[in-house]
Design a protein around this ligand. Sequence first.
Ligand SMILES: Nc1nc2c(c(=O)[nH]1)N[C@H]1C(S)=C(S)[C@@H](COP(=O)(O)OP(=O)(O)OC[C@H]3O[C@@H](n4cnc5c(=O)[nH]c(N)nc54)[C@H](O)[C@@H]3O)O[C@H]1N2
Ligand SMILES: Nc1nc2c(c(=O)[nH]1)N[C@H]1C(S)=C(S)[C@@H](COP(=O)(O)OP(=O)(O)OC[C@H]3O[C@@H](n4cnc5c(=O)[nH]c(N)nc54)[C@H](O)[C@@H]3O)O[C@H]1N2
Ligand code: SF4
Ligand SMILES: [Mo]
Length: 767
Amino acid sequence: MGSSAEKKAQTPENFTDIKIKAPSQNSVGFDALKSSVTHVLKYTKPLDAIKASLKMNQKGGFDCPGCAWPDPDDERSSIGEYCENGIKAMTEEMQNKLINREFFANHSVDELAELSDFEIGKSGRLSEPMYLPEGATHYQPISWEDAFNKVATHLNALENPDEAVFYTSGRTTNEAAFLYQLFVREFGTSNLPDCSNMCHEASGSALSETLGIGKGSVTLDDLYKAELVMVVGQNPGTNHPRMLSALEKCKNNGGKIITVNPLPEAGLISFTNPQSFLGLLKGGTKLTDVFVPITINGDVAFFKALLIKLLEKEEDIGEVFDLDFIKEYTHGFDDFILDLKTYDFDECLQAAGISEAVFNEAFELILKKNKIIICWAMGLTQHQNAVDNIRELVNLLLLKGSIGKEGAGTCPVRGHSNVQGDRTVGIWEAAPQAFLDKIESKYGFKPKSQHGYSVIDTVKAMNEGKVKVFFGMGGNFISAVPDTTYSAIGMSKCDLTVHVSTKLNRSHLVTGKEALILPCLGRTEKDYQKTGVQVQSVENSMGVVSSTKGILEPCSSDLMSEVAVVCGIANATLKSRTKIKWLNYKDDYNLVRDDIQEVIEGFEDYNNRLKQPSGFYLPNGARERQFKTNTGKANFSINKLPEWTLKDDELIMMTIRSHDQFNTTIYGLNDRYRGIFNERRIIFMNRDDMASRNLKDQQVVHLQSEFNGDIRQAKNFKVVGYDIPKNCCATYFPETNVLVPIDSFAHTAKTPASKSVVVRVIANTAN
Ligand SMILES: Nc1nc2c(c(=O)[nH]1)N[C@H]1C(S)=C(S)[C@@H](COP(=O)(O)OP(=O)(O)OC[C@H]3O[C@@H](n4cnc5c(=O)[nH]c(N)nc54)[C@H](O)[C@@H]3O)O[C@H]1N2
Ligand SMILES: Nc1nc2c(c(=O)[nH]1)N[C@H]1C(S)=C(S)[C@@H](COP(=O)(O)OP(=O)(O)OC[C@H]3O[C@@H](n4cnc5c(=O)[nH]c(N)nc54)[C@H](O)[C@@H]3O)O[C@H]1N2
Ligand code: SF4
Ligand SMILES: [Mo]
């Protein structure tokens, strides 16, 4: 009998010898160049890396496998359109080591599970399909055909198609994602959870309701032209580094920046553009004009305080609100104002945890500006009241008429490089009926209308024994989802777990009774099919669809493209009952795009328009002031302050990314900007909170979270005194996912509340 699923799902609790320095005041510059070069030399063939980097994010090249930040529409830098973390994402995929049958013969699943996520990732690229039979300790090789038949046999043996779940992570291209959801719907379920459920789902939900489109409204050009950009709950210096160049351009054009974050993140305070020689000499541009050190989940309170004061000024002196816009384009203004008047400014300020002086500085910047962009990411979406957070910032934009005009609007900054595109082409457990009707009329089968499982629903259904087959198209489900122990128990109840992956990860080790690893091509690699090397497409955070084409030879001849995997499995599973010629698509991806253009609005002439060097914009109603909401107008909304009652010994914890990881892929053990080196098991704490608990720097503690009476525990973290508001603390994801309660999620959007986990810090008396 091997280790339990719960144990295998845990990251090891040992320390790696921490070094601490003062946090940086500046981002990028020479250190970033140094870090990328070190990475390239250590893990790849440097010549390939240079060749690939010159094609990354270039017209006709491949799309960076990192985040979803857009590329400029017009000119692209010839030195390179990428950042330090783009290079790391690329080199992670291009590793010079391969994982093959010998590797798996030499290492049992239990043994691999004892490695850290960093070590697992550095084992190399998956290079051939592998199978873990029931009761076996080691994975063994399997042919592609047998693997497809195994999946088909399991799927066809289910009593009900809803006993299968098909997860997607956001790297999957439009072509693969469209076919995947088509297969799943023809198979008979809408169980299509995706990483978006844990990410920007709350943004989609709030924006659809208020502005009629679940995506942001701005373009890159708008950012350059904004008078004011607010960056709220986002750490672009690490997670969307090239956004800093856009912010720099905005500043050079006279724009101002307000940053709202519990942490003074280096990237936002000041930035040295590595592609600007002058910038390197000058030592950087100061980006943030006003830093608002908000308490975790204090955002509704902060925005309300702003709204209250704006209303006062409007009533006093006028010309603060855009009354013409409000009259012509919005709904619910009077009710919104009535409700706003019931709130007390001082209470809001206190709940936001900021001083009146800081508030006034931010307020003065906002008061006179009419071209405002608000950017946000996980700091707003991963709370129980995440949808309120976003609806409240929309209220501010509506009062200012800051939507649907140049230099103004909403900018939810998306995570994975094609997470937005996946949703556009139908990866959605709650797809709109109009989309399902289109599928029916095109393909002649009736997709299930009833909504399927989201991520949270999936984990619960697994635990209830309702899921027999889990299929993951990319991603690392077990490490990404909340409540690791509970989730691992659920996963182990499945009969078959399947992962289409480029790299080994913990989800391959926490399995159902049987498991399959299906290795696929990455973005950088050429996708050879019958009609030649295939082009695919992706959509970035600003709704631009562009092509991506790999340029390197595949790292192994036994890899398949995601498209080919979907076609193979669909063909093996649906056999004669399908209405679709699955195998044709894999020979020629143009055929997939022909279908997409028939089913999804905005993709007219897809194949031709994809040839345009910068791609094409998808339609966006909010950008045109056409609000496709239930009222036909942009809706004001009424949002309450969250109610927090922390007990004396409790803190609110946010689980965040270090500078050296891409989600669950750990590039290295440093968090350079925050001054942490060679350690991930740390907790950032306010020094007063440390003093009141008698905790010293680097002291070892255990963390406990309590939710609805259940206690969850994570052992061994080193305390790091940091510039973070009182009663707040921060740890890295995924080490502390074990503490995030499965039932703590955003109302209506079900995004896990992984930025507001109530914890107790318990000194380890053994040290
Ligand atoms: N290099 C790299 N790039 C990435 C990723 C990666 O892991 N590594 N991940 C990708 C993905 S999938 C995503 S979704 C994005 C994530 O991008 P981010 O959302 O920037 O990532 P997080 O580290 O989760 O950071 C959240 C930020 O919100 C702040 N914050 C936390 N709670 C609150 C709050 O209550 N209020 C406010 N105002 N701020 C708060 C934190 O201090 C932190 O600065 O990045 C994408 N890009
Ligand atoms: N506590 C806490 N939990 C979180 C978050 C948080 O902030 N805090 N953030 C959440 C967010 S925003 C997100 S998006 C999720 C991320 O959840 P996921 O998307 O599931 O996780 P990743 O770590 O991005 O997935 C990495 C794996 O994807 C595979 N992969 C990489 N490239 C490709 C490819 O091109 N094709 C295929 N098929 N596979 C590939 C590799 O095998 C790699 O191991 O995690 C969420 N979980
Ligand atoms: S900003 Fe994001 S998409 Fe652009 S190069 Fe960096 S990681 Fe890649
Ligand atoms: Mo994400």
